[in-house]
Structure formats: C-alpha cells, structure tokens
Design a protein around this ligand. Structure first.
Ligand code: SAM
Ligand code: ZN
Length: 180
C-alpha cells in the first residue's frame, strides 16, 4: 500500500464529519461533505492503556454491551472515554462504509501504532459513518452474550449482534505497516 505524507492522509478534518443523534444507537458520526473511497476519515484517539487496565476500569468482557474501548494490539487498548475524539461516537454496521485499519509503527513500538478509520467506498454528505467493530470476546459468544451486544444497524444482512465469530487465522482489523 502506498503511504502518503501525513498532511495529505489527514486533509483538513474540520467540518468533514460531526457527531449527532443516530438511528442506529445513541450518538453516531455523519459525513458533512462527500468523502472518497480510500479517504482517511478520522483517527480513533484516546488514552493508551494496557488490557489489564481496561479490565480494571470497565470489568471484563461479559458485563456490558457498551464500550469506548478499541483493541490496538496485544499490549494496548485505546480508551476513547478519556482524551477521545469524535471517532468514539462511530457506530458499528454489518454493511459498513468504512473500515478500521491498524497502522503499525515503523519503529515497531506498539505504543505508536494508530487506529485509522478509512472509507471503503464513496460516502455522500449526510450518510452515517460506520465500520465493522469485529468484536471477539474472551468468553464464549452464547445467545445471552449476543443479546448483551445487539446490532441495530438495519443492514439487510445484519447478523443481529456486534460480536464476530472467532476466525481460525488471526482476524480483527486490517493491519498496515507505516512506512513513514
Ligand atoms: C464506541 S460507542 C459508539 C457511540 C454510541 N452510539 C454512543 O452513543 O455511546 C460503541 C457502543 O455503541 C453501541 N453501538 C454501536 N453500534 C451499534 C449497533 N450497530 N447496534 C447497536 N448498538 C450499537 C454499542 O453499545 C457499542 O458498545
Ligand atoms: Zn448489524
């Protein structure tokens, strides 16, 4: 993948997206301008914490279907609740218009990996921005657990849950090397 310099991968973000009430859930994020396939829409920001800290703060996987946590890598989680930006309001969809991409730091420092939300197709102004959360819990995805994590994305092929089947190969979000 060709890596563009940072200023062209992050064109002026002001007023390109905004959070407001969503028909999917609570607040969501909406495009204020047309976005092109491949655009980096926003970086998911927040406090960098360990998995153990995340469990201490919010309990383990089984307790609530609401989270602002995003797993960055095996060492770290980004807590959008603290020092987070507008990206923390982006809802999940089973037929999303964006994907989350983990950009691996050039120096191999897991603290410097970044989560980027990229458009997977052209998005018209007014559309809600969504990506597939790809949540895989450490506990079995029982029917009760799926009810705790319901999906209301409205897609024709909605799976009814935010939870994803564990894949045999390493699953999760796309990962790209940062060449900068
Ligand atoms: C990062 S927050 C997104 C912002 C959220 N809408 C809010 O107002 O707090 C993630 C949480 O939003 C809810 N959520 C996101 N997408 C959803 C969907 N497709 N269906 C139902 N709930 C969803 C879930 O509770 C999820 O844990
Ligand atoms: Zn769905």
């Amino acid at each position: 993948m060709m890596m563009l310099p940072i200023h062209s991968r992050f064109p002026p973000m002001t007023q390109r997206i905004r959070a407001r009430r969503s028909p999917i859930h609570g607040r969501g994020v909406f495009a204020l301008a047309d976005l092109a396939k491949g655009d980096c829409v926003v970086r998911y920001r927040g406090e960098l914490i360990s998995h153990a800290q995340a469990d201490e703060r919010y309990g383990d996987d089984g307790e609530s279907g609401h989270t602002f946590l995003f797993t960055l890598n095996e060492q770290y989680v980004v807590d959008g609740n603290r020092r987070g930006n507008v990206a923390r309001w982006i809802n999940h969809s089973c037929m999303p218009n964006c994907q989350a991409v983990i950009e691996i730091s050039a120096g191999g420092d897991p603290r410097r990996d970044r989560i980027l939300i990229e458009a997977v197709r052209d998005i018209a102004a007014g559309e809600e921005i969504t990506y597939d959360y790809g949540i895989v819990l450490a506990v079995p995805h029982t029917a009760a657990m799926k009810r705790l994590w319901p999906c209301h994305c409205g897609a024709a092929r909605c799976t009814g849950t935010l939870l994803k089947r564990r894949r045999r190969t390493e699953g999760g979000h796309a990962r790209v090397e940062c060449k900068m």
